[in-house]
Design a binder for this molecule. Structure first.
Ligand code: NAP
Length: 262
């Protein structure tokens, strides 16, 4: 079988670790040349090296997505290196605050999540779509979260910026649907990346128990959905947000309503 994304060019933000690096590897395995963006240059180089060692093509582009000129340069460097842009996975997130009652959230912490998550995704869309209009087509996947579709108390900055990304996805999809550019989002539930790894086995087990499937997800399971949404297999899908959550948003699992045994 020939790779589904042969001769395509992709940008992945937040590619230095976690879901971003897993998706960058999957895009390269599917045949795309991949520009890797994040702030940690050493880790970007490491991911690029692994992709190249596996026979793929990768370019490391150190980028802070909260900085407009960095984002403009990220797209320009991709076009310089590969000549076009077909796919973008706007996955990076940062800033914000740990679980905190809203009245105690520091304004600066709220602003930091806005600058990276929501404004950063806006900046990526702004420059990526302009490049895609140049080549006449494109597919973009934005990263939100189940917390972008259903609130989690204590996480004012994360929840509101992830909800904002769902709205931004719809606006971009509507504006560019007739120009052959599709814009969708993925909304994962808990996925095993560094933060959950650091939280330890107990935290992972209790996150798993809250899930209908009784397990947390793997970065590769998010990557598979991004590859599909980016490919022609999803050619009539735009403006939607797909939960990748083991059934979490479907509702309350029956066992959660049973009274504990006496
Ligand atoms: P992670 O390990 O925290 O990775 C975040 C990525 O974003 C890193 O590559 C980081 O790289 C990059 N980043 C942060 N600030 C940036 C900035 N200003 N400019 C450019 N890059 C920046 O996260 P993850 O768990 O893989 O999650 C990736 C995405 O999935 C996030 O949007 C997260 O909200 C979403 N998500 C995750 C889960 C989960 O359970 N893991 C669930 C739902 C949604 P540098 O530090 O090198 O810049």
């Amino acid at each position: 079988m020939s790779p589904t994304l042969a001769n395509q060019v992709a940008i992945v933000t937040g590619a230095s670790r976690g879901i971003g690096s897993a998706t960058a590897r999957a895009l390269a395995n599917a045949g795309a040349s991949v520009a890797l963006a994040a702030r940690d240059t050493a880790r970007l180089e490491q991911v690029a090296g692994e992709i190249e060692a596996g026979g793929g093509t990768a370019l490391s582009v150190p980028t802070d997505i909260s900085n407009p000129s960095d984002v403009e340069r990220m797209v320009a460097r991709t076009l310089d290196a590969f000549g076009r842009l077909d796919i973008a996975f706007n996955n990076a997130a940062g800033g914000g605050h740990p679980p905190t009652p809203l009245t105690d959230v520091a304004t600066a912490d709220f602003d930091s999540a806005l600058a990276i998550n929501l404004r950063g995704t806006f900046l990526c869309l702004k420059y990526e779509i302009a490049a895609m209009l140049g080549s006449g087509s494109g597919a973009i996947v934005n990263m939100t979260s189940t917390a972008g579709l259903e609130a989690v108390g204590g996480l004012a900055a994360y929840v509101s910026t992830k909800h904002g990304i769902v709205g931004l996805t719809k606006v971009a999809a509507l504006e560019y649907a007739a120009r052959n550019i599709r814009v969708n989002a993925v909304a994962p539930g808990p996925i095993l990346t560094e933060q959950l790894e650091r939280a330890g086995e107990l935290a992972q087990q209790s996150a798993a128990q809250a899930m209908p499937m009784r397990r947390i997800g793997r970065p590769e399971e998010v990557a598979a959905a991004v590859i599909w949404l980016s490919s022609d297999a999803a050619s009539f899908i735009t403006g939607t947000t797909i939960p990748i959550d083991g059934g979490k948003l479907a509702g309350m699992a029956p066992f959660a309503r049973q009274a504990p045994a006496a």
